[in-house]
Design a protein around this ligand. Structure first.
Ligand code: GLA
Ligand code: ZN
Length: 663
């Protein structure tokens, strides 16, 4: 596509007389694309059927006259007051039965047929209007779907849709009663019509019903997006369709949503005021990029890349000189083909007055602007060749929205968090400069030297077979605590000891366990003691070797981590959640056992990542700290950008290449 750097622009927030100044500055900075209009429904349709697209056309043609292309957002995350006034029932109902009202955004129910008809009218008009506009290249559907809903909507429309979804899934109420285990607490139903959306109960919830509810909500969001995607595809066959994701956010299964899109986009705010300060740890940012690349197994766009201070009522910290560039190139290193900075100019009004952009409130170019300009000047010329390239990975971590849902419903230990847990494994490899992919459970994993499948809590016979076959054929697999606990309906397995049939490839059985609730635990590994947390599976060896034993509690000296050769391959079972120190040891051990390539050696603030095409590999080395760092590479590369191999100035980004021959 040849488009690599952009900004999120809101011309409607500024007088028209300012626009050309903005566009000139953008041009000088190297901007090639802007995202526009995703929150300006009222400005485009102030009354039903009265369309005013002229201002947007003017903005687009001004941008186009400077060679800057536009991605248009459909503004359906903020229906205007006149729609709400006519149809108040469009507003969503929370789990306490309260309506969430107009005044913020996402004050909409996604199943509501009246809202759907408004969307149809509007998106049809908008997409027809811009189909042949030469300044427009693509569309972003809605904005951050799943965001801004504390819980999804419990209204009557959603109730009817949920009932239909269940009927479709189970076919008869008897089958649903069985699947949900409604014999417990007299929860049996005579018909689908008796089933409600999960409003607040007197106490407790049915975990099987809640799992279906979360899957339904995800399907509803996908269907909501499809409603628009179908219209745009029909009217604008030459435009791409994307959507701005939120990293690991789990309101919608991003793999499912990705099927509707030409490519996935992501929004990333490493130092937003909700993140750990001074900024989100770099391994977590990297993991977010890697999972986003995994949603469609292809490069992606960053639709919103943090450029400056982020926050609403309160603010996160200032972005240090060089830091924005390091984050932006980190996005590119992990697979972004384009990076759009949020936002062009800091807004003077509304909720996001303090969410800063490339320009401050004054509109004068300052430090952030000149840094962005320099970044584009330095790295822009490599982007065309990088486009479409992917990392060559040997390690995969399994990621699943369903497991995430089930463990949100019942975390087992109050602090157990699915994404946090799988990212602990990620960090072990990231810190050793090993590129990692995230994959879905049933993906083809045969190419990976090592697959880590943490928390395989919900299990099916197909998934068991998938892992057994992988190991039998020479794969190296890590399974962990809480594997095989439940069936697909979120009902506990009863036919075997844990971890169920996968015990066969692990060479173990787990007849008992201990939840480390307000309890410390430790294990002995290679004669050293390491803290563990949250969980301890009490393991009986059935052929496996123990490579670490508990050193606390009544099960001290029993196996905590095991290793077993099965078929042509090997399986490790980790019966606990390792803390960082132990994860360091464990990942080093697995890297050497599985002969995994590491890119080099560096401290924890330095990151290495590669992308490659059929004949070239690029290596990015990024310093995420404000101090000088040293590092060493394990292979020889030609330096394209940077001062000196092995040395990094504060926030320096270095780029290398080498030729490769693909088998
Ligand atoms: C999100 C949204 C944007 C904006 C920013 C800042 O990422 O997509 O519309 O709201 O956050 O709050
Ligand atoms: Zn609803």
């Amino acid at each position: 596509m040849g488009i690599h750097f952009g900004v999120d622009y809101y011309p409607e927030h500024w007088p028209k007389s300012r626009w050309e100044t903005d566009v000139k500055l953008m041009k000088e900075m190297g901007v090639q694309v802007v995202r526009l209009a995703e929150f300006s429904w009222f400005k485009m349709e102030p009354n039903e059927g009265e369309f005013h697209f002229e201002w947007l056309e003017d903005a687009i043609s001004l941008l186009d006259s400077y060679g800057i292309k536009a991605v248009l957002g459909t503004p359906t995350a903020a229906p205007p007051a006149w729609i709400i006034d006519k149809n108040p029932k469009i507003q969503p109902i929370d789990y306490q039965g309260r309506m969430r009202h107009f005044g913020g955004r996402h004050h909409d129910c996604q199943s509501n047929p009246v809202y759907r008809s408004h969307i149809k009218r509007f998106v049809t008009a908008m997409s027809q209007r811009f189909a042949d506009n030469k300044g427009v290249i693509g569309w972003q559907i809605d904005n951050e779907l799943g965001n801004s809903h504390y819980d999804l909507c419990m209204c009557d429309s959603c109730k009817t849709h949920f009932q239909k979804w269940l009927n479709n899934k189970y076919g008869s109420i008897e089958v649903l009663n069985e699947a949900w285990g409604t014999a417990f607490w007299s929860q049996g139903y005579n018909s689908f019509e008796q089933i409600s959306t999960p409003l607040i109960t007197a106490v407790g919830e049915n975990p099987s019903a809640m799992l279906d509810w979360k899957c339904f909500c995800s399907d509803l969001i996908v269907d909501f997006a499809k409603w628009q995607a179908d219209i745009i595809r029909q009217n604008c066959p030459n435009h791409f369709i994307t959507h701005n994701y939120m990293c690991f956010d789990n309101k919608v299964d991003y793999y499912d949503l990705g099927k509707l899109l030409d490519f996935v986009s992501n929004d990333i705010y490493p130092a937003g005021n909700w993140q750990k300060q001074p900024h989100q740890p770099i391994d977590e940012i990297a993991a977010s990029h890697d999972v986003v690349r995994g949603y469609k197994k292809q490069p992606f766009w960053i639709m919103e890349q943090q450029s400056s201070i982020a926050g609403w009522g309160t603010m996160g910290r200032a972005v240090e000189p060089g830091q924005m560039s390091a984050w932006a190139m980190q996005s590119v290193a992990h697979g972004a083909d384009a990076v759009c900075f949020f936002r062009w100019r800091t807004c003077a009004m509304g909720t996001e007055q303090y969410w800063h952009g490339i320009l401050g409130h004054s509109g004068n170019p300052g430090r952030t602007y000149y840094e962005a300009k320099e970044l584009i000047g330095r790295f822009g010329s490599y982007m065309d060749e990088l486009e479409g390239s992917m990392p060559n990975t040997e390690v995969a971590i399994v990621h699943s929205f369903r497991q995430n849902y089930a463990l949100d419903i019942q975390p087992n230990h109050p602090q157990l968090k699915y994404v946090e847990h799988i990212c602990k494994y990620y960090k072990g490899f990231f810190d050793r400069n090993v590129p990692v992919d995230f994959v879905q459970e049933m993906d083809d994993i045969s190419k990976y030297k090592l697959v880590i499948a943490p928390l395989q809590y919900l299990m099916t016979p197909e998934l068991e077979k998938h892992y057994i076959d992988y190991v039998a054929n020479g794969g190296h697999l890590v399974l962990t605590m809480r594997t095989g606990v439940k069936d697909a309906n979120n009902i506990c397995m009863t036919d075997m000891e844990l971890p169920g049939r996968l015990g066969e490839i692990c060479g173990i059985e787990i007849p008992e366990y201990d939840c480390l609730f307000e309890k410390e635990g430790a294990i002995l590994y290679e004669k050293r003691e390491y803290p563990i947390s949250k969980w301890a599976d009490i393991i009986t060896l059935k052929g496996a070797r123990s490579i670490a034993e508990y050193s606390t509690s009544f099960y001290r000296q029993t196996p905590a981590i095991t290793e077993y050769e099965y078929g042509e391959g090997m399986t490790w079972y980790v019966g606990t959640e390792p803390e960082e120190e132990l994860m360091d040891e464990l990942s080093s051990y697995l890297i050497s056992k599985c002969n995994i390539t590491t890119l080099g050696t560096s401290g924890s603030e330095v990151e290495m990542m590669t992308r490659e095409n059929s004949h070239k590999q690029w290596l990015f080395v990024i310093n995420h700290s404000n101090e000088e760092q040293v590092y060493s590479l394990n292979d020889r590369y030609i330096m394209l950008e940077g001062e000196k191999e092995g040395m990094l100035k504060p926030y320096e980004v270095q780029l290398f290449e080498k030729n490769i021959v693909k088998k």
